[in-house]
Structure formats: structure tokens, C-alpha cells
Write a protein that binds this ligand. Sequence first.
Ligand code: ATP
Ligand code: MG
Length: 393
Amino acid sequence: MSAQQIMIHFGELSTKGKNRRVFVDTLAGNIRHRLNKLRVKMRVTHDHIYLYGEELQSTQIIETLQDISGIHAISIVEKVATDTETLIKTARRIINFQDGQTFKVICHRKDKSYPLISDQINRLIAKEILENTSWTVDVHNPDFALKITIDRDAAYFITRTYPGLGGYPLGTMGRTLHMMSGGIDSPVAAYLLIRRGLNVEMLHFASPPYTQAAVIDKLKELLTILTRYQKSIKLHIVPFTELQLAIYQHAPEGYPITIMRRMMYRIATAYANRHKIKVLSTGECLGQVASQTIESLNVINAVCNLPVIRPLATFDKLNIIDIAKRIGTFTTSIAPYDDCCTIFAPKNPKTKPRIKEVEAIEKLWDYELQIETCLQNIETITIDDMPFANDYL
Ligand code: ATP
Ligand code: MG
């Protein structure tokens, strides 16, 4: 008797010590949440999560699992009895389904009371295959590696392995307030943050009527795509028009963008502090535009008392575009739209703004009152995922 199961391999959990349990339990919860419409049973062990059950349609589930952060790899395994006769029979059957000429057996004996050690099992099975098939052994670069885990209750043969998303289970790193525009970069940055285990909440600065309502539809579309990786995403929309007009009224040529970004950071920081979010994030990329030089980032960052994660800081645009295409945000991102940055963009933004000058300009009006008005009038909408799991029913 053998039964197909799915074996989920964890990523970088080996360094997590006592927190390991929290990571594994969170991952198990996330998987359950994702597969909620599928009747799949789950067993959580120290090293793996197993999915099984009579209705297990492994090929259908793999795709969903590949969108869940904290999964390093996903294997289809066959669960069989541990007696040597069964091990040999199963090995023969599995190798018959593989393409290639060279193989290697890799046994991992978790049950240390098993009468044979791993190397003896490797040899026993390899001998059988060599004597009965045309396959030959190549220990360095085999066409097929036959992997077996011997556990207390059963032996697991890995028949196929798919790459996972990597990173950490969503939520294990807390929450970030992510500054989200409708461009290419910020959705890609959000994806990388989610993959690393951070729940993202989006903050968007809108300047109607200068920016159109269509921008919000575009954001909703982008966020719907990202719900593949985080089931539910909050979008906080800041009415930014009045503050932005005041900036352009008071700031001399070259300075509006720097000051506008300081205002964005002030609002983001205040919102995060009030809602117990401990980190901010953006799609900023070193050197990409005037506001993203080290000098500009210094002046902008000076108003913020939270760490800011900039996942794309060192990425080339082409790499960012590659990821945007892979995760499906690119086409939506390139649709033309007017961002508050593009509409008001001055001709010669300063690449090396001086903080003293910036502070002097900001003294010209009571921006703090306007910031408070922005904060009081934030509108929040929640974007929920498309019913991926339902598709499989
Ligand atoms: P993107 O492609 O993400 O729009 P960009 O290359 O256009 O980035 P900027 O417009 O300078 O660069 O913006 C840098 C970052 O600032 C964005 O990645 C985003 O995190 C944030 N940002 C810009 N505009 C807005 C906005 N209207 N609302 C919220 N965040 C914004
Ligand atoms: Mg932008």
C-alpha cells in the first residue's frame, strides 16, 4: 500500500531556535487559510508539514503552495511501509517513471532505531536497481536523485520537487506601512516584503482633482494581484491635495519634491506610530531619481523615527521589471496615470538638497495642521483575494 502526500520543506528556519515553533505554526495556519476550501489533512512535524487525504489533488495544490511565503520547496512524496522489501519495490517502481540514465540514492534516516543505517539502505537499493535496470550510478551529478526519508511511522520517497517562494511565513515579521504609488517599483517592493514575512498595509497619497480617481482603480487592480501572496490588503488613502498645493506655493524651484517627500514621510510615520506599525517601506531605488540620491534620502529620512526598508535600493530597473512581469503587476503598472509626483514634478529637482534650507522653507506655513487634517481624513479600503482555492473545486 502506498499513498501520495505533499511534503513541505521550510526555508531559513534552522537559525530560529525557540521561535521555530512559532514560525512553523504560523506557516501551517497560513497554508490552512489558503487551502481552506480543499479538504486536505495536515500533519506538522519538526522538519516538515505533510498534506494528505483521499481528495488530495497534488498537482492542483502545488500552484497555491508556491505563492505562500516561508516555503522553501514542495515535494510530492509516496508514503510506504519501512520494511526493506517495500523500500526496494517502491524504488524500482519510481525509477521506472523517471527519464535519465544515471541515479543516486540519498536516504535520510530520521528514525535512529531503524535496523539499517542510511548508507546500508542506499547500497541495498542501488544494488537492486543496478542489477535489474540499465541505470548506472553517478554520485556527483546524477540525472535522478532518489530521495528517501525513513521516519518512525513510514518511509517517504520523494518523487518530484517544486521550488517554493522562499522567505518567511507571512506575519512572522510583523507589519509594515508601505508607501504605494501606481508605478512599477512599489508593488514589486511590496511583494518582496510579503515574501520576507511582513504583512503589508498600503499608504497612498492622492491629490484629486490633479490625480484622477482612476489611480485608485489602478491601485485596487495591483493590490488584487498581490493578494495572491497576502490574502487581504488594506489600502489607506491620504487626501494630499491641500498640503501639496501649499508646498508648491512656498517652495522655491528645485525644492518641492524634497519637501513633498518629507511630508509623506511625516504622515506615514505618524500613521504608523498611531497604529502600532513599527516599520515603513517604499519602492525607492538608489539613484533612480533626484529624490533617491543618498543626500536626498538623508534629508527626507530625517523626519522619520522608524526604520525604513527599501527592498529595491540596489536593484537595476531591468531586474525590477523582470520581477514585476513574473508576479503579474507589470502590465497594470505601465498603464498611464498621473501620480502626485509626476503632476507637480518641477524641472530641476535638487539632487543634493540642504537640510537647513529645507527647514527654513518649511517654517513658512503651518504644515503641521495640514498633516493632522490629512491624518484625520484617511480613507481605508480592504482588498480581498480572488477565490483561488475555489477554482479547484
Ligand atoms: P514607483 O514605480 O513605485 O512609483 P518611482 O520610480 O516612480 O516608484 P518615485 O515616484 O520617486 O519613484 O517614488 C518612490 C517611492 O515613493 C515609491 O516607490 C513609493 O514607495 C513612494 N511613493 C511615490 N508616490 C507615492 C504616492 N502617491 N503615494 C504613496 N507612495 C508614493
Ligand atoms: Mg512613482
